[in-house]
Write a protein that binds this ligand. Structure first.
Ligand code: ZN
Ligand code: ZN
Length: 410
């Protein structure tokens, strides 16, 4: 049997989203509702546990069956792995921004005017970054989309308890990184050294001269945050005895999945935003199952982007776009031997514009599921479903129905 786990980021909402109803209630979702009423069972899921406001990274660890309180070290390492950097237990990683410092060295833009070209050249210019104090430590920087990137240090005695150099504020100087223990102090030292070195290189880079002449903000600094050591996560192969692929576009999700041993598959036209070609992602996910993978994790990001932007219409449209891919799934999945789970990774209400602890709607469909009487997939109806209310673990729950779980005990 096969398992397909689909997460729509920030799917959950609150009655305040649109005149007393959630976006999921307002959106027309005939295909999802059809699947649920014909083959499924519904419930409410606390992504981590009741009363915990999840980040997307900790939520996904929990959904995959890994207790984030045991395993989570920080975001940087997932971002680095998600943009294709090879990270190992020797690494400490940060997520970074290209930023703009004014002539006084104060931050005037945290995203260097959302720089959209020339980042490859800047990355190249930063390829020889090195700590003079700790020359044995390997320094790697890689850009990702727009102003985003990651910075990794590999070497002995590094720590992940390092304060950010991105203060999330304008008009002040970048703060110096500090470490909260001996290893982290060393790491903070290296970060401060490398940050200065990067500023010097970028300040005089021809691309930035050009940007200034064109009236654009120069990308003359990198700011780091989300310091993290490599988490000691068992691979899905060891933990569950399965092979798995991830189809996603957001670096964070790709990173979490890669570090637990899922194979990343790039879908054409997948952007990680509301304009993404998500039908291509769905088709690729199914192809991976047909090729022999036991499980595919499929991630859609647009729902969360629209929620953070307080954009109810955008969220509704994206949910309806997801619904159309369920139409394709309804017709193309081998329903005699596949279980599909679908949920959010947390609730992101439109008015609040951030993650909250409210439980998310969840459903499971397939031949071994005890079909319940819920016929509509939303935050209210799912409260009456056969899955009841549960915490995280959606991946092992899905595997369980597909007879892919190892036994605990004799
Ligand atoms: Zn999320
Ligand atoms: Zn979010």
């Amino acid at each position: 049997m096969k398992s397909l786990m689909i997460i729509a980021d920030g799917l959950g909402g609150r009655p305040g989203d649109v005149d007393g109803r959630t976006c999921l209630q307002v959106a027309e979702t005939p295909e999802i509702d059809d699947l649920l009423s014909r083959r499924g069972s519904a419930g409410l899921m606390d992504p981590i546990k009741p009363g915990i406001r999840p980040g997307s990274d900790t939520a996904h660890l929990s959904l995959f069956g890994y207790d984030p309180y045991e395993y989570y070290t920080g975001r940087g390492v997932f971002e680095a792995a998600g943009i294709g950097m090879e990270v190992t237990e020797n690494d400490v990683c940060f997520r970074t921004n290209f930023a703009t410092l004014d002539s006084d060295g104060k931050i005037s833009d945290r995203r260097a005017g959302r720089i959209s070209e020339g980042q490859d050249e800047l990355e190249k210019a930063l390829s020889d970054l090195k700590s003079k104090k700790y020359p044995e430590v390997e320094v790697r920087f890689k850009r990702s989309t727009e102003h985003r990137g990651a910075l990794c240090f590999a070497g002995p005695d590094l720590g992940g308890n390092v304060t950010p150099t991105d203060p999330h504020e304008l008009g002040i100087r970048m703060p110096k990184a500090k470490g909260r223990d001996e290893k982290s102090e060393r790491t903070a030292d290296i970060l401060n050294e490398v940050t200065d070195e990067a500023s010097e290189i970028l300040q005089n880079h021809p691309l930035n001269m050009e940007r200034k002449e064109m009236g654009k903000l120069p990308a003359n600094a990198i700011m780091a945050r989300g310091a993290a050591t490599y988490p000691d996560l068992p691979l899905v192969k060891e933990r569950y005895g399965i092979s798995a692929s991830v189809v996603a576009a957001g670096a964070l999700y790709i990173g979490v999945a890669r570090i637990i041993g899922m194979e990343f598959k790039q879908a054409e036209g997948a952007t990680g935003t509301v304009d993404s070609n998500i039908l291509n992602k769905v088709k690729l996910a199914l192809k991976q199952l047909e090729k022999g993978q036991d499980l595919v994790f499929l991630h859609f990001k647009g729902t969360d982007n629209a929620s953070h932007d307080h954009d109810a219409e955008g969220k509704i449209n994206f949910i309806e776009k997801i619904d159309r891919t369920f139409g394709w799934l309804n017709d193309n999945v081998d329903w005699d031997r596949t279980h599909l789970s679908f949920a959010g990774d947390h609730t992101t209400p439109i008015k609040y514009g951030g993650h909250v602890a409210d439980p998310v709607p969840a459903m499971l469909a397939g031949p071994n599921v005890r079909k319940d009487r819920v016929e509509v997939f939303d935050e209210f109806s799912c409260a009456n479903g056969g899955l009841g209310r549960f915490s995280g673990n959606l991946l092992p729950i899905t595997l369980g129905y597909s007879n892919q779980l190892k036994k605990f005990g004799a």
